[in-house]
Each structure stands twice: as C-alpha cells, then as structure tokens.
Design a protein around this ligand. Structure first.
Ligand SMILES: *[C@@H]1O[C@H](CO)[C@@H](O)[C@H](O)[C@H]1NC(C)=O
Ligand SMILES: *[C@@H]1O[C@H](CO)[C@@H](O)[C@H](O)[C@H]1NC(C)=O
Ligand SMILES: *[C@@H]1O[C@H](CO)[C@@H](O)[C@H](O)[C@H]1NC(C)=O
Ligand SMILES: *[C@@H]1O[C@H](CO)[C@@H](O)[C@H](O)[C@H]1NC(C)=O
Length: 491
C-alpha cells in the first residue's frame, strides 16, 4: 500500500504545480488552536477535503497519531503546522537508533519543506496506569533517539520530539502540591530535563469529562468554566475550574522536578457527545464555550498567565475506537462521522453563535435502513434474536443505546432496529448484512427519532475503487504536466 500512497501524496504537489487546486479558502481569523485528527473509523473522509475544512475554519495546527502518508500527503503545502505521532507499539523499535533514523528519513525529511512539521509525538500516553508499566523502559530512549535523528537530519532546531502524557502522571491534592506520580518520578524527572535541554514542550492531555466520569463525588460544576464551584489552594488562591487546577498541578510538578519554565502544550482536551449520561451536545457546547472564551482572553492560569497552547480532541467521531475506557470513546468529535458540526462553536473565543464549516464533497450510501421485521416477530426464529443483536453490536456501534445516551429512549423494536442498522451501515449496506436469520428487512423509511439518529453511512474515501481512480487522475495529470512542460506526449 505504501508506494501507492506515496504516489497519491505526490498528487497534491502536482496539482499545485498545475495551478489546478487546492481552491483557496477564505480563512476566518481564529484563536491559535490545534485539533487532533484521529483515524480509527471504518469510513474515513477524504483527507484533501478535511484539509480544506480545517483551513476554512482557520484551524492551522493538527496532531496525528501516526504518520500515515494519506493524511500527511493532504497536509503538504497547506501551511498547517503538524504534530506527527509514533504509536506506543513502535516505541521498542525506536530504542534502536537506526530505526529512529529510518523513521525520521521516511516520515519527516522526505517531505522537505512541504510539510510544516513542528513536533514528533513519541508514544501516546505511554505511562498510563492501565498499561502497567509496559512502556516504562522504552519511552525515554525512544524520545532521545528521535530527537537525535531529527538533529542529525538538520531539522532539530525547528522540529521537537516530545511525549504526550496523560494527566495521571502527576498527583497533588492542591495545585501547589503537584508532583510526579511516585512510581515514575525518576523517569519523569529525566524526561522533563531532556525536553528542557532540547527546547521541547511537555504535552499533557487533560480531561475534565473523565474527572466527572471516574468519580461520582466530583463536583459537576467544577468541570466547566462558568464559576459554579471553586476550590481553595494555599495562600488564598482560588480555582474555579478543574482544567486550571489540573494544569497548575503540572506546573508545580515541573517546578519540583527542576524545570519551572518548561513549555506546556495541552495535547488533548474535549468533551464527548454520546455514550454516557454526561456526554451530550448540550454539555459539550457548554464546556467548549467556556474553554474557547478562556483561550480567547489569553488569560492562562494562575501559575502560567498568558496564552495557552491547546489541541482539541478530536475532529471526528471514530467508530473503531476501543470502548474499554467507556462507551463515550467513539463520540469525541467536534464534527460528526460525516464531517458536520454538532453544535455552535466560535473558535475565535468571542462566544458568537457560529457553526464550523463542514467537510464538503461527502457522498452517502442510498437512503435506506435495516430494521427489525415485525412480521418475523411471530416466527419461531424469535429465539435467535438475542444472538443476532449481540452479533450486530459486537461489530457495529451500539454505544448510543446505553443509559442516558441519545438512543436510550427507544422502544424494544426500535432498539433492535438500531443495532441491525448500525451493523448494516458499517457493512456498506450489503444486503447480506441485513438478514439476521430472517428477522430484518431493508426499509426506505427514515427510522430516526427526535433524539436518536439512525445514520446512513458515507462512501468511504478509503474504499478500493476510490484510490485507483485517483491514481488514474494522477497519471492523466502527470501526462498533462509533461506535455505542458516538455511539449512531448509520452502516453
Ligand atoms: C513511518 O510512519 C508510518 C506511519 O505511522 C509507519 O508505518 C512507518 O513504519 C514509519 N516508517 C519507518 C521507517 O519507521
Ligand atoms: C494490567 O494489569 C491488569 C491487572 O493485572 C490486567 O487486567 C490488564 O490486562 C493489564 N494491562 C496491560 C496493558 O497489560
Ligand atoms: C435497548 O438496548 C440496550 C443495549 O443493548 C439495553 O441496555 C436496553 O435495555 C434496551 N432497551 C429496551 C427497551 O429493550
Ligand atoms: C433521518 O431523520 C433524521 C431526523 O429527522 C435526520 O437528521 C436525518 O438527516 C435523516 N436522514 C436522511 C438520510 O435523510
């Protein structure tokens, strides 16, 4: 797949050279905000269209979780600043300097100046408690090797290697008492000193939603920014939201580790819209409103006044994300699976009632749904129902059916239909995916209710026919370019 992808990545340059595209999109002025662009979905959107959408929204920084040439190719010459990722399962390989050099050669220097690479994220939350220390040994050596390879490739002054970490790497009852978690204090101290010496930032993921999710005792209002609840720190300092308190706990931990001025980047922050009783568009909008207004004011926190550097999580809902942490995991998008804004959001922080620009050019499968066949309800096949629902939900996404979620109010029949439809859509509406032992039928009647969307899936930009046709287009353009520049026809 790699050579094809590399060819495709080249297409953008060619288009530029030919002056065909990309269409110049009017950028709205926005706060200097980044977004996380994840790829764990069954039906990805066309990266070229995603990049146009980012620019239309004035979003000029993205963070990826790997270095997939497909989205990276779309980011070439876009002017968008990029953080590439090295997944945790590659950390061990990166403890060999040769492998780190190869990674930098293939995924950084090969793009030259066309990729506005700023950071390489080495691992993703590798010290998360639930990983039981699996990446403890390898993370720092991998970080050092990648930075060294960047330096030796001559780009180390502008591209910095760092490690995005979860806020669970530090503890403290009050912000001023922050320190690194005792079991990783040694490696954390070495790591932040290395970052400091190499001009790299500390990247931290902070999730007020998870604070709320993980503890029933967590004061609800403290998750937001409207000042409904506050806590007192030493010296009469008051914190009115958990984000500020958490951020300053990190700042205190950095100070204790001997790097009080280490730059901090918030690598992920956001609020999900389904899959939990506190995950919905109304609360997400409230959270983002408060966060964006705060960012717009450049007020920073008590210990770090001024501008904050923040990447929202995330761009789209991702239906292939693991739901081990919770059913909300697939619903973090500020845009839906089909690239539409979920709620009003003013990235400039002015609090205006604006909606983000959607992704254009999205194509849908036919307007049809897979639903429970009530005539089959009289059949003896009904005893096969349980197994079929289980099957549909194991592969499809039933995370909106749970308590307090968008589809929780469905009656029993619609509940079954929901599960069947999610599976059917995920399977690209294959007729064989709407059988379920004869209990299901395809219908052209929209089965959605007021709160519960029965989606129609999009045509994946990654489906097999799409890529060869891009390749054909590329070949045609290439021939055209050669004719234009040399006057010879070579086809
Ligand atoms: C470059 O990045 C891709 C995508 O993350 C990865 O699969 C590949 O192994 C990397 N190349 C090298 C040489 O490590
Ligand atoms: C961590 O340990 C727990 C309990 O021993 C286990 O259930 C879990 O699978 C382990 N996780 C990893 C990533 O090794
Ligand atoms: C609908 O499905 C969900 C998830 O399978 C289940 O928890 C719930 O009880 C069902 N509701 C009804 C009314 O059948
Ligand atoms: C189905 O109905 C819902 C709710 O009215 C609507 O949001 C959705 O766009 C409809 N789907 C299609 C494919 O028309």
């Amino acid at each position: 797949m790699a050579p094809l992808l590399r060819l495709l990545a080249g297409a953008a340059a060619l288009l530029l050279a030919l002056g065909v595209s990309p269409a110049s999109v009017a950028s709205t002025s926005a706060v200097d905000l980044g977004v996380n662009w994840g790829s764990q979905c069954t039906h990805p959107l066309d990266p070229e269209e995603v990049v146009k959408m980012l620019k239309a929204n004035g979003i000029m920084k993205v963070k990826l979780f790997d270095a997939d040439p497909w989205p990276v190719g779309a980011l070439l010459d876009s002017g968008i600043e990029v953080m590439l990722g090295i997944p945790n399962d590659m950390l061990e390989a990166m403890t060999s300097y040769g492998n780190a050099e190869d990674w930098v050669a293939e995924n950084a220097t090969s793009y030259g100046d066309r990729l506005k690479l700023r950071y390489v994220a080495v691992g993703n939350e590798p010290f998360l408690k639930s990983y039981n220390g699996s990446f403890m040994e390898n993370t720092l050596p991998a970080l050092k090797n990648i930075q060294k390879a960047l330096d030796e490739a001559g780009i180390g002054d502008k591209v910095k290697a760092t490690v995005p970490l979860n806020a669970d790497v530090y503890v403290g009852d009050k912000p001023s008492e922050g320190k690194f978690r005792p079991d990783i204090d040694g490696v954390m101290t070495d790591m932040v000193k290395f970052m400091h010496d190499h001009g790299a930032p500390f990247v931290v993921n902070i999730y007020p939603f998870l604070s709320l999710y993980q503890s029933d005792d967590f004061p609800f209002e403290f998750a937001f920014f409207d000042g409904g609840r506050s806590i007192q720190d030493n010296g009469g300092v008051s914190y009115s939201n958990v984000f500020d308190a958490n951020y300053d706990t990190l700042v205190s931990a950095l100070k204790k580790a001997g790097v009080p001025s280490l730059k901090v980047v918030v690598g992920e922050i956001g609020w999900p819209t389904d899959g939990n009783k506190n995950a919905n568009a109304k609360l997400a909008r409230r959270f983002y409103d408060g966060l964006l207004k705060k960012l717009g004011k450049n007020e920073g926190t008590h210990l770090r006044p001024g501008k904050l550097d923040v990447y929202l999580f995330g761009l789209f809902d991702e239906d292939m994300k693991s739901i081990a942490p919770g059913n909300f995991e697939r619903h973090w998008g500020i845009l839906t699976y089909d690239g539409k804004p979920k709620f009003s959001m003013d990235l400039s922080g002015q609090g205006n009632d604006r909606r983000l620009a959607a992704v254009s050019g999205v194509e849908y499968l036919p307007k049809q749904w897979c639903v429970f066949d009530d005539e089959a309800a009289k059949d003896e096949d009904m005893d096969k129902l349980g197994g079929n629902i289980q099957y549909a939900c194991a592969s499809g996404d039933c995370t909106a059916l749970g308590y307090g979620c968008s589809c929780n109010g469905l009656d029993e029949m619609s509940n079954i239909s929901y599960a069947f439809n999610m599976y059917f859509q995920m399977q690209d509406q294959d007729v064989r995916a709407c059988d379920f032992d004869g209990l299901a039928k395809i219908s052209d009647k929209n089965a959605s209710t007021k709160s519960c969307l029965f989606p129609v899936q999009i045509i994946s930009a990654a489906t097999v026919p799409a890529r060869p046709s891009s390749l054909l287009l590329l070949a045609l353009l290439l021939a055209h370019a050669l004719v234009m520049t040399t006057g010879f026809i070579i086809m």
